[in-house]
Design a binder for this molecule. Structure first.
Ligand code: PEP
Ligand code: MG
Length: 581
């Protein structure tokens, strides 16, 4: 097997060494997980029974055809029955379950995808059209499978060597799909497209699994079961590496593991700079289940709970007030009195409610986040009531995303007041003093800060979107990923202005975008006056170590110099110097 190297965008640090598992686009619509060795035959039976049931259904359809039904209808059913009996459908997916440990749905769709690709190459248009029949048959089987009990996924970290080595290779993975991998049965991700701060990348980082995106051509060049090394720090993937290269990367993997172990000693150490300034380190979470990791890393609270992840991947079914309340309460209780900042629904752009839904022409500039919530007041009110109810169980803060206009702030505050009035009326307990903050992630917001500090209790800078909107670069588009630069002077000015305005007004300012978790930028942000950093729990201890080694007396003058510069190369240089101070 030929060895080759692909270069893309690093999104989640660390090194993964394992076997490629290619994920067909169609397979992303169903659950996919690995089945433990001892359950393989039960999974094979589950698929066999589903195939048999579809056979029966087709037979019934045939028997019940009215006498005057068009002949094509009968022929149509015959074709489907023939397809179903073909070993390509009735046997090959069973082999995939046994060989690759895929669950039945995934195995079936993997096979369908391979068949579809073969059909695409057929010249005869009649035969080529049979692809649609195959897909319809597969849909019937999937429908039956959905109603049958699923075999449990293989436990993560088990001693099954087979599942300890899986690296997912796909054209793209949506954030909602990425959430499915939370059971951690995979050790890395490679996709053809995607940007460093797309939400898919963010979820990969929160899972703390090495990943690289924007690897143009990866899903076609890499073959199933190829050995892969992902260098998540460099954004490099090496396929079928030589023994020597493998050895080098195993060494680096070992060194990184040792360094992480050393960092664990800092868990209980407060984050204080050398000159005695205390810094608050908060966690970004997608779901309440992330809270134990945040506590384990010693976070001072949750700085960003991306609540939209409770709404995604549910075929547009909005969680009820009670369902939401239970989830918010779960996070609040898990954080044991530490504050939990719940961001209201930031749906839209690369986080649609439903992946199949119609997307706007320019989704990042469209009906996203607070714009969506104000357009759907019932959804917003329901969420606000659920969040407020959770505030009776601990310290809750509400964070509103994507604000740009004064009327959006005022309307949001009015909706919060209405939600409170409704709860009062229903005699439901909540904390009446819940602080309400604004995300500063649109340049217009950073350029009209007096409008915000006058109305809000705190600010949180969303650098991911702030960079996207300041530089007019879609954060999901890998073709412009090289232009996505946190150190652009315009971006730095907007961040610095926001921190300064918050200080002047006496309100807290945090950064909850990905810049907060990047140790290369910790000192720059400290030098700008930032005292609250919110990031994935996995990044927290490295940032803490950097803080412990930082001396503000040295950093602040150098940061001032950086802020006076409009020369990108000089800025990049000076930021590197900061790290050596
Ligand atoms: C941001 O934009 O920086 C942010 C934290 O929000 P999100 O990444 O969810 O858009
Ligand atoms: Mg944002």
């Amino acid at each position: 097997m030929a060895s080759f190297t692909l270069h893309g965008i690093p999104v989640s640090r660390g090194i993964a060494i394992g076997r490629a598992h290619k994920l067909a686009p169609a397979a992303l619509d169903v659950k996919h997980y690995l089945v433990a060795e001892e359950h393989l035959e039960a999974e094979v039976t589950r698929l066999r029974q589903a195939l048999a049931q579809v056979h029966k259904e087709l037979q019934t359809l045939w028997n019940e055809l009215p006498k005057d039904a068009p002949t094509e209808l009968g022929a149509f059913i015959d074709v489907h029955a023939l397809i179903l009996s073909d070993p390509m459908i009735s046997e090959a997916p069973l082999d995939i379950i046994r060989a690759r440990h895929y669950n039945a749905e995934w195995a079936l769709l993997t096979q369908i995808d391979e068949l579809s690709a073969q059909f695409d190459e057929i010249e005869d248009p009649y035969l080529r059209e049979r692809k649609a029949d195959i897909q319809q048959v597969a849909e019937r089987v999937l429908k039956v499978l959905m109603g049958t009990e699923q075999i449990l996924p293989a436990a993560a970290g088990g001693d099954d060597e087979f599942q300890a080595q899986m690296i997912i290779v796909a054209h793209d993975i949506s954030p909602a799909d990425m959430l499915q991998f939370r059971d951690r049965s995979f050790i890395g991700f490679v996709t053809d497209v995607g940007g460093q701060n797309s939400h898919t990348a963010i979820v990969a980082r929160s899972l703390d699994i090495p990943a690289a995106v924007g690897m143009s051509g990866a899903s076609t060049l890499i073959e199933q079961d190829d050995w892969l090394i992902i260098d998540g720090d460099a954004g490099v993937v090496i396929a079928n590496p030589s023994a020597l290269v493998l050895e080098q990367y195993r060494e680096r993997q070992g060194a990184a593991a040792r360094a992480r172990k050393k960092l664990n000693k800092l868990k209980k150490t407060p984050a204080i700079t050398k000159d005695g300034t205390e810094i608050t380190l908060l966690a970004n979470i997608e779901l309440p289940d992330d809270c134990p990791a945040a506590m384990e890393a010693g976070a001072n609270g949750v700085g960003l709970f991306r609540s939209e992840f409770l709404f995604m991947g549910r075929n547009s079914r909005i969680p009820s007030e009670d369902e939401q309340f239970e989830q918010y309460k779960k996070a609040v209780v898990a954080m044991k009195g530490r504050p939990v900042t719940i961001r209201t629904l930031d749906i839209g752009a690369d986080k649609p409610l439903d992946q199949s839904e119609h997307t706007a022409l320019n989704p990042a500039l469209g009906l996203r986040a607070i714009r969506y919530c104000l357009a759907e007041p019932q959804i917003f009110l329901t969420q606000l009531r659920a969040i407020l109810r959770a505030s009776a169980f601990g310290k809750v803060k509400i964070l509103i995303p994507m604000l740009a206009h004064a009327f959006e702030i005022d309307q949001s505050l009015a909706m919060i007041a209405q939600a409170k009035a409704e709860l009062r009326e229903a005699k439901v307990k909540f904390d009446d003093t819940v602080p309400v903050g604004a995300m500063i992630e649109i340049p217009a917001a950073a350029l009209s800060l007096p409008m915000f500090v006058k109305r809000m209790d705190f600010l949180s800078i969303g650098t991911n979107d702030l960079i996207q909107y300041t530089l007019a670069i879609d954060r999901v588009d890998y073709e412009v990923a090289h232009l996505y630069n946190p150190l652009h002077p315009a971006v730095l000015q907007l961040i610095s202005m926001t921190i300064a305005a918050g200080h002047k007004a006496g309100i807290d300012v945090a950064v909850c975008g990905e810049m907060a978790g990047d140790v290369k930028l910790t000192r720059l942000l400290l030098g700008m006056g930032l005292r609250e950093f919110s990031m994935h729990p996995a990044q927290l201890l490295s940032v803490k170590q950097e803080i412990l080694n930082s001396d503000l007396a040295r950093i602040v003058p150098q940061t001032r110099k950086i802020m006076r510069s409009m020369e990108p190369a000089a800025i990049a240089d000076a930021v590197e110097q900061l790290q050596l101070m």
